[in-house]
Structure formats: structure tokens, C-alpha cells
Write a protein that binds this ligand. Sequence first.
Ligand SMILES: [Fe+2]
Length: 627
Amino acid sequence: MGESTATVRANNILGISAYYHDSAAALLKDGDLVAAVQQERFSRKKHDARFPAEAISYCLAMENLRIDELDRIVFYDKPLIKFERLLETYLSYAPNGFRSFVAAMPVWLKEKLYLKSVLRNELAQLGGCKVKDLPPILFAEHHQSHAASAFFFSPFERAAVLCLDGVGEWATTSTWLGDGADLDPLWVIDFPHSLGLLYSAFTYFTGFKVNSGEYKLMGLAPYGQPKYVELILDKLVDLKDDGTFRLDMQYFNYCTGLTMTNSRFDELFGGPPRSPESELTQREMDIAASIQVVTEEVVLRLANTLHEETGEKNLCLAGGVALNCVANGRLLREGPYENLWIQPAAGDAGGAVGAAAVAWHVYDRQPRKQNDNGGPGTDRMHGSYLGPEYTPGQIRDALDAAGARYTVLDDDTLFSRTAQLIAEENVVGWFQGRMEFGPRALGGRSIVGDPRSSKMQSVMNLKIKYRESFRPFAPSVLWERISDYFVQDAPSPYMLIVAPVREELRIALTNEQKALFGIEKLKLKRSELPAITHVDYSARVQTVHEEINPRYHALLKAFEQLTGCGVLVNTSFNVRGEPIVCTPADAYRCFMRTEMDYLVIENFFLDKKEQPDWQGDTSWQDDYELD
Ligand SMILES: [Fe+2]
């Protein structure tokens, strides 16, 4: 074999997260994240956990690569350690665990125990090559992948890292110290003691879907009183001053049964779990408020301990619990760190990004690159705009194929006309550039509206999302004006921090209004920006930075110029139960199936009134399972 000296080839590492929930793939080229996408966006099945064939194909196409041309493939998890955990757990809880053991085994036998060979076969099939021709496949540890996704893509050269999730292999909580290309483990809390699973148990008990309804539980918390906090800390969670904790497993079922909680748990909270889709009562609201307080307490104590141990001024977060943006907001305001950075794909999808980074930095000892650019809020994630984008030719083809009627506008007209329509209380689908990686829409695949409008919240909920939500929508705010609206001066480019709405924008309520129940509370105008203000006067803020997303920033500037208001309502471009739209065809279908007024895809402008009748397929309700 001759040694090649002339050509310097890029080093391409593919990261994969799959077979648990929310499969994804990511491509690292010489340490730079060039693509990352969740499989659900292609398959149109929310939280799709199957082998992410299309996500991988997309990543490879970005660099025109075949699978056998990759330098390495890294999986985000070590399958055999996980299998050992399952076996040990079932055996230690036997014979109670036998039923779920039997129920779970076929899946594990089929896919997980033999995961390495399943993965190799799927990769070879996708690549049209033989298994022996595949590049080396490495397996990072689950929490190492989370930690790497948080630290190596953050703006910081040094940072403490805290990962909190349901469960990886054994660890449920892990702490790390990141320094340059080093990411060293500090300590862990092991299964079954898990903050993620505790939160999921309450998600289940209050009638929401585990692994996706956690957001709803968090959104419900401001309606309740935290009257169960002492009960939770007394019976369920033994929480130490340093934030470490143990759960009393006699109240939980997730080791041995097919549900999260059991009848002893029911007794503590005065009855059985709420059945999904049934009326919410004060009990669920009080439970939500209580588990939120406990979660915040655990996160704050753990973060404090980590700060005492490391003395670091920067903290990075990942793992599903890092999506609890109310806890993140408290950590930012009350915690000991100067700076906080949260991986936007904090759940398992982000493990794909982290696994690739483990190979590049930890194994290869490659140094970290500079931030995307010097501005505030910039890091190494490229704004999380890491998915597909479409050329004018592709958009035109897709719209023509759907029989759509459109005009093409120049940039200035596009921004000013869209701003004008938003100010007239229209709801606009906004599709620009590359699709977001992670659960939040950030102005790439968003539906936008006027936050000053009192009716916008219910219009967007009922006519677009087809739900009556007790959660308000999130605001996108011009970064340079964040302090005009919110009690916060730190960037939040990924919409993962909840901040209080400024006092002077609030509207005081009468006692009569305060006494209203449930969703009636949300309908009251409680600030100058009613569509984005929660019942506790908080908002889940996204800061929009010109250097990260210039087109979304330009839209906000045009809206500000017209109205004086530097904020828009931003919700993800999808209906209930549907993954965020990916292609122009997905966007047009969603536009036509809902009562959205206008659609903007790059410079293509579509008015609903001008569209032909939608001859489409079935209604969305038949396509998507409720989330
Ligand atoms: Fe995880």
C-alpha cells in the first residue's frame, strides 16, 4: 500500500442515534458540523425510532459521500451495557418483572441485543456495499454522547457539563469537565434513580404521553399550587443537600411493569392517573406545579455542587431534562454560573452529534474550532439550522406539482409585505433556509403571528394547531431588544430558557379574573404581548441574531419598523401530532389543511384565497397520532 501524500482528504464522521426514541444522523467534516437531522422529518412519523436511513442519506449527500467513503461511523450508545441493565433490573425485581420482561424481550432480541449486526446490515444495505467494506463502527457511551453534544458545540473553551435524562445505559445523571478537546467524567447517578423518569412518571400520571408530553406538564405548572412538594420529597424522592437523590421504587412501576406508576402512587395523590384527553382538574395542575418545583430544586442543587467542585463559570446542559426551560431560566437567574449553554437537540437525537464529536475530539485528540462567528449567542451549532434546504427550482417544481398559485417577491417586498400581513392579524407559514435540528422551530420552519393580538393565541391554537392549549406560544425577539421585553440579558437562540415578561408590560388582573379556572385564565390579556405571556407572566424566549438567521431577523426588523414591536409569535410549522415540516410539499400540504392565511417559502409568496380547492389526501387527523 502506497502512502498518499498529495491529496488532503477531509475527515468525515457519521454520528447515529437510533432504536430508542427520536432517531437522527449527523455528519462532522474535519470537526465542523455540516448536517444533522431527525428521521421523523423524512418519515413523517413523530419521534420515529427506526434506523434513520433517510437522515443518513441526507447527511452523506451534503458532502457527496458514499457510506464506504466515511472515515468512521459512531453510534451514540453502547448496546450491551444497556442489555445488561435490563437483565439485572428484571432479575432483581423478579418475579414481578416477568410480564414486562417477556413483553420487552422480543424487541431486544430482534434489534437491541444484536444491535451491532443489525446496524451493520442496515448500513451496508443503505450503502449498497458489503458489511466488510463499511468503515470502522465505534460505540460511544450514551451520557458521553450527551455531554459531548453539549460541550463541544458550545461557545466555551472550558465548562462544567451536566447531563440529566431518563436513562442511558446505567447513568441517569452525569457530570463532566470539558477543557479544549478533553471531556472528563466526574460522577454519575445510576438507574433506577432518575430525574427524567421521575418527571415522566408524573407526565404519565397526569394523562400526557411519556417522552413527548413532558412539555405539557411543564406548561400546566403555572396553573397550580405546589402543594405536593413535601409529599414528593417525603415519600418519593430522598433529595440530599448536594442535589443527589434516590427514588423509593415501591411507588414506581417502570422497572417491573408496563406503566410508570402503581397503586401506591395513586394513593398518595388521591386516585388513579388522569385518563388521556379527559378534562384537566385542579389536582393535575397542583401536581404539575409540585413536580416542577422538585425538578428545579434538583437541577439547582446539582448545578451548585458541580460549581463548588469545579469552580467553572460556564455550564453546559444536555439530556431530556435540559428541555425543561423553566428550570433552565431559574438556573440562569439564580444559579452560580455566569454563562449557560444548552444543546438545542438535548434529547436523544442530539446524541448523534455528540457521538461523532466523541470520535473527533476524545479519540482523535483534535482541537476545537472557533465559534461560528464572534457575536453573542453564537457557538458551533450553526444556529441548529442543519437540515435540508431547497433551491428556487425545487420549490417551483414542488408548488407546480401541487397546483399551487404563487408569486415570487424580491427580499424587500417579501419582508415588508409579510410584516404588514402579520400586523393585520394574519397567520403566516414561514419557511426559510435549512430546517432546524432538535424539537424547536427557530424561524426556519415556523408559523408566525402578531404577539400584540388578543385573539392570536386562540386563532393559532384552534385554526392551525387544532387543539385548545393551556400553553401560550413562544416569542421570537430581536436579540438587541431582549431587555425591552423580558427580564433577561443573556442570549437564548434555541428557545430553551423561560424568562419573566417585564413588569411595565404587565396588566394587573382583578380579583374576579384571578379566580377564573384553567384555560380561561390564559385567555385574559395579561400583558402588552398577550399571545406569548403565560399565566405566571413568563415566556419561552428565542433571541434572534442577525449573524445567525439574517432572514428571520429581517422579518422581525420589518415588523418592528411597522409597529414598533420587536417580537413575533413563533410556533412550529406542523399540526398536532405531526413532525415539523421538512419539504416545500410538506409545507404546502400543512398550509392547505389548516386555516393558515399566507405561506412564504424562500421568496415564493402564497395567498390562501388564491389557492385552488384542496383536493388532497385524507385530513391530517387520519395521518397523525395525537401527541
Ligand atoms: Fe438520553
